[in-house]
Design a protein around this ligand. Structure first.
Ligand code: CMC
Length: 431
């Protein structure tokens, strides 16, 4: 980043403070307020970080007004059309697209790490049978710190590298295991002759008693879902990973923290919540009632799969996902499925409604991803785990970037204290 040449002036009472203005490659400039507290004895106040850049990053860029998403400069639409998930992983992790040899080497390394330590199977079996797969994933990924002692030293670049490869390779195995356990089926070991997405489908849907051949068209759709979810700059779960990592916590603990944050319905949990909402609506004639509820400030109900903190025009991932949804449903011969009819009609009505137009609420990626995953045969409880395994590479890339950034410190927000001022303790008999 170039040295700032402009400054903003902040006047507090009769004191003027100069704040350097920094510029990135593209996107809004930032006011550097790092010295503000020392010079002016004030904090900035920004709950939800709506106007705060917490770090410098070269990984992902979003222009919410244009509906633009770039991974290392490449538009998501081009990547979704011409690339594949593991190539996108390489790009996010290393900053450039790989040569043929680099890609083969990366694929081989990921493939060789897909199996889990056998003892992890027993760990998974310790969960209640009806555990949500996200609960299992948070636990198992955190527990990887107890199994892979040779990749915990965050100051060692080789440890960081091995931990990264392990997580990208093993997250699909863990997610599939969590699923198999929840439905009472035996775990299916990874099959390294399959590509990343096909292997995941195989681990989820194969059973030992029957031959299961992965439909390459479904594997392609799964690969696309993974690419579209691979990174999304400083969202809640990524910021959680960075914050956890800023204390020096080990990489498995940091990614487990990210998975826990992703689970919430305002974030990655929205794909499950959205499909459940579509099912609850059930029929097209009930949509107006739900639209009415979504607009009612006294009703906590929100249209799941609509709205985004950053995208105020359209979500470019949703556009690509919608095309995939049409393809997959056509392939499965279920274009007339009632949930899909509700989804299409809800989308049409919401896009024409003044409330949604004025608040810039458009369908987001989660609106369509659940429809595709449902058509593929996944239960709703697996939607967020699939988001988590796809986002793992983004979390790791951001974590690695943070570790290598000399300006990063332990994350420590301040507060506006509104509690009681200092007062004297009163003995229980005198209260
Ligand atoms: N349905 C109805 N009203 C909504 C919705 C919605 N889905 N989303 C926002 N609003 C209204 C909200 O009530 C508020 O109205 P007002 O200004 O009158 O108080 C206004 O729009 C702004 O909402 P906000 O909560 O201040 O916006 P935010 O940027 O903090 O929240 C969001 C963004 C994604 C959390 C929110 O739109 C939401 O809860 N959407 C539903 C959940 C969802 O689909 N989440 C997935 C996000 S994309 C995947 C991911 O990145 O994880």
């Amino acid at each position: 980043m170039a040295e700032p040449t402009r400054t903003a002036k902040l006047t507090i009472d009769d004191k003027v403070i100069d704040l350097p203005i920094k510029s990135g490659t593209i996107g809004p400039d930032v006011l550097d307020i790092r010295k503000l507290y020392a010079e002016a004895d004030v904090f900035t106040y920004d709950p939800g970080f709506t106007s705060t850049a917490a770090c410098e990053s070269t990984i992902t860029y979003i222009d919410g007004d244009k509906g633009e998403l770039l991974y290392r400069g490449y538009p998501i639409e081009q990547l979704a059309d011409q690339s594949h998930y593991l190539e996108v992983c390489y790009l996010l992790l290393h900053g450039e697209l790989p040569s043929g040899a680099q890609m083969r080497d990366f694929e081989t390394r990921i493939t060789r790490h897909t199996m889990l330590h056998e003892q992890i199977h027993y760990f998974v079996r310790g969960f209640r049978r009806d555990s949500h797969p996200m609960a299992t994933m948070v636990g198992v990924v955190g527990a990887m710190s107890a199994f892979y002692h040779d990749s915990l030293d965050i100051t060692d670049p080789w440890h960081r590298e091995v931990a990264s490869i392990r997580m990208i390779a093993k997250l699909p195995t863990i997610a599939a295991m969590a699923y198999k356990y929840s439905v009472g089926q035996p775990f299916i070991y990874p099959k390294n002759s399959l590509d990343y997405a096909a292997n995941f489908l195989h681990m989820c849907f194969a059973v030992p008693s029957e031959e299961y051949v992965v439909d390459p068209r479904l594997a392609k759709a799964m690969d696309r879902i993974m690419m579209l979810h691979a990174d999304h700059e400083q969202n809640a779960s990524t910021s959680t990973v960075r914050l956890a990592g800023s204390s020096g916590a080990n990489p498995f603990a940091c990614i487990a923290a990210g998975i826990a944050c992703l689970w919430g319905p305002a974030h990655g949990g929205a794909n499950q919540a959205c499909l459940e909402m579509l099912r609850e609506i059930g029929t097209v004639d009930r949509i107006p009632e739900y639209i009415r509820r979504a607009k009612d400030h006294d009703d906590p109900f929100r249209l799941m799969g609509f709205g985004h903190r950053v995208y105020k025009n359209f979500d470019p991932r949703a556009k690509v996902m919608k095309e995939s949804a049409d393809e997959v449903l056509g392939l499965m011969g279920i274009e007339n499925n009632p949930t899909l009819q509700v989804a299409k009609e809800l989308e049409r009505i919401a896009l024409e409604d003044d409330y949604f137009i004025s608040k810039k609420l458009y369908p987001n990626v989660d609106f369509y991803s659940g429809i595709i995953l449902d058509a593929m045969g996944f239960p709703t409880s697996m939607f967020t785990p699939i988001f988590a395994l796809s986002r793992t590479v983004g979390w790791i890339s951001q974590w690695k970037e943070m570790i290598g950034d000399p300006t990063q410190k332990i994350g420590r927000p301040r507060q506006l204290y509104t509690g009681a001022a200092m007062r004297d303790y009163v003995d229980v008999h005198h209260r």
